[in-house]
Ligand binder design. Structure first.
Ligand code: XMP
Length: 510
């Protein structure tokens, strides 16, 4: 890799990811490393700079996250953010105190000393704080370069290349945060801004070619953005050595199958096997109403169908493409959360198949995957598509799944998505879709009594699907969706809006 590297030391996962994303937005490649990684290993990566992330702990608690102080003796510049800044102060002989009055949210920051970090900024600005402890004394050799309600909001020892800010330059509420980060990256570290979608594509193409040689590659397409971008990258790298297998489970959103075929077969001329397996999936789902059983039945059938398709190809493919993203790479191993639902990833299924994995997205965040997808010329409808569960509409149809009920939900879902898009909210929402419950209710349409199914609208905001909030959709949008659902979708006589956040709800209904 030709790009300069900045390491983000993880003192709290969510904080570290956001910093790494912002560094990359400044076109400098960054990677997250655990805080217990030996300093020698960090330095061996030849980083241009090292950033300590914030984190939820206090430096005063027993077993507070810590870093080997020999890092301060290297000549690689260090920037500590929030907890990272307090850690620097604490480890180098300053004083961090539990003052009892923390600062949370928007705060006024006053620049009090000259600093490369604040060179082009006004003396006063708003920044975003979230800390309970305060630095009351900078370590020997350090100068204080900014203050807020607390006496030390930024400190530095420019000679040793050690900088700290008590606030969060990575959050959007810090007015000039990006400029502060850029000043650290470009002015302090001398990092070059070369990390762009184009360079990502170039490097991925080279890496894929080196890995695959002249071997045959197979890729499961799901219609979602990750597998689509992964496939497009691999196709760019090895052309017709790639065969994509698209299993149409019959449980996809309206027009999804046609769009995949249109894009990959006709636009990109990818060798595409479109397995139309709707009947097979419907028949294994017959009579199944338990959510976990549905998921299992779909997962198993999917593996079987995929395997059969792969075998039939007879090309002896040795490589399988997976759309694994960077957050999964960072978090795998540390994740031991209780199993709430057995997830099924369409691209990532056949674990027991004898393949070498090609994972061209394993260093990328979702927003970077989208940027690469756009750069590769994938249509907006695919690149900006909201996440969709592997088992598809099956987990949004409560009770038994029949062809008729799938059709009702597809129609209803299309209405919801269309109206949300028309209202300009589609990209803002993590997901917005329709759910078909198994109860019926009485209504009156025209002069007739009806006894039919409701549609539940589900729309949530979220950053990572681990937690989510129900979206405050405008009433007039809800009204339009409701009236269209009842007028256009046969068999629907009532519409409800799900106002449950996660937790306690999950995003999907099953
Ligand atoms: P829940 O319903 O658990 O969903 O709050 C969290 C996110 O994951 C998606 N989801 C899945 N994705 N395979 C997937 O690839 C699955 O089996 C699956 N189940 C849920 C869901 O759409 C939401 O974005």
């Amino acid at each position: 890799m030709n790009d300069d590297l900045v390491l983000v030391v993880d003192f709290g996962a969510q904080y570290a990811q956001l910093i790494a994303r912002r560094v990359r937005e400044a076109n400098v490649y960054s990677e997250i490393v655990p805080r217990d990684m030996p300093v020698a290993d960090m330095l061996a990566r030849k980083p241009k700079g090292i950033i300590f992330s914030g984190g939820p702990a206090s430096v005063h608690v027993e077993g507070a996250p810590w870093i080997d102080p020999s890092i301060y003796d290297s000549d690689v510049p260090v920037l500590g953010i929030c907890y990272g800044c307090q850690l620097i102060a604490q480890q180098l002989g300053g004083e961090v105190r539990r003052t009892g009055t923390g600062e949370y949210g928007r705060t006024e920051l006053k620049v009090t000393g000259s600093s490369l970090l604040f060179a082009n900024l006004p003396v006063e600005q708003a920044e975003w704080m979230s800390h309970g402890d305060s630095i009351v004394l900078a370590p020997p050799g350090f100068k204080t370069t900014a203050s807020s309600a607390a006496p030390v909001a930024a400190l530095e020892d420019a000679e040793r290349g050690i900088y700290g800010v008590q606030f969060h330059p990575e959050v959007i509420h810090t007015d000039r945060g990006m400029e502060i980060l850029k000043a650290f990256l470009y002015e302090v570290c001398g990092a070059r801004p070369t990390w762009t979608s184009l360079s990502v594509i170039e490097q991925s193409v080279e890496a894929i070619q080196a890995q695959v040689g002249d071997g045959a590659v197979i890729c499961g397409l799901s219609g979602g953005v990750d597998s689509a971008v992964a496939a497009a990258l691999v196709h760019k790298a090895v052309g017709d050595q790639l065969t994509c297998v698209f299993v149409d489970t019959g449980l996809l959103r309206a027009n999804e199958a046609e769009q995949v075929e249109e894009t990959f077969l006709r636009q990109f001329h990818v060798d595409l096997v479109h397995v139309k397996a709707a009947d097979r999936f419907l028949s294994v789902l017959e009579g199944v109403t338990d959510p976990e059983q549905k998921r299992k039945a779909i997962g198993e059938t999917f593996i079987r169908v995929f395997e059969e398709a792969a075998k039939e190809l007879g090309k002896g493919a040795r490589f399988l493409v997976q759309g694994t993203l960077y957050p999964d790479v960072i978090e795998s191993g540390t994740r031991d959360a209780a199993k709430i639902k057995s997830h099924h990833n369409v691209g990532g299924l056949p674990e027991d198949m004898d393949f070498d994995l090609v994972e061209p997205l394993r260093l990328l965040f979702k927003d970077e995957v989208r940027a690469v997808g756009e750069e590769l010329g994938l249509p907006e409808d695919i690149v900006w598509r909201q996440p969709f569960p592997g088992p598809g509409l099956a987990v949004r149809i409560i009770g038994e799944i029949t062809a008729e009920r799938v059709q009702v939900l597809q129609q209803a879902d299309a209405v919801v998505v269309e109206e949300v898009k028309r209202a300009g909210l589609y990209r803002e929402l993590w997901q917005s879709f329709a759910v078909l419950p198994a109860v019926r209710s009485v209504g009156v349409m025209g002069d007739e009594r009806t006894y039919a199914y409701p549609i539940v609208i589900r729309a949530v905001t979220s950053d990572d699907a681990m937690t989510a909030d129900w979206a405050r959709l405008p009433y007039d949008l809800l009204e339009r969706i409701s009236s269209r659902l009842i007028n256009e979708v046969p068999g629907v006589n009532r519409v409800a809006y799900d106002i449950t956040s996660k937790p306690p709800g999950t995003i999907e209904w099953e």
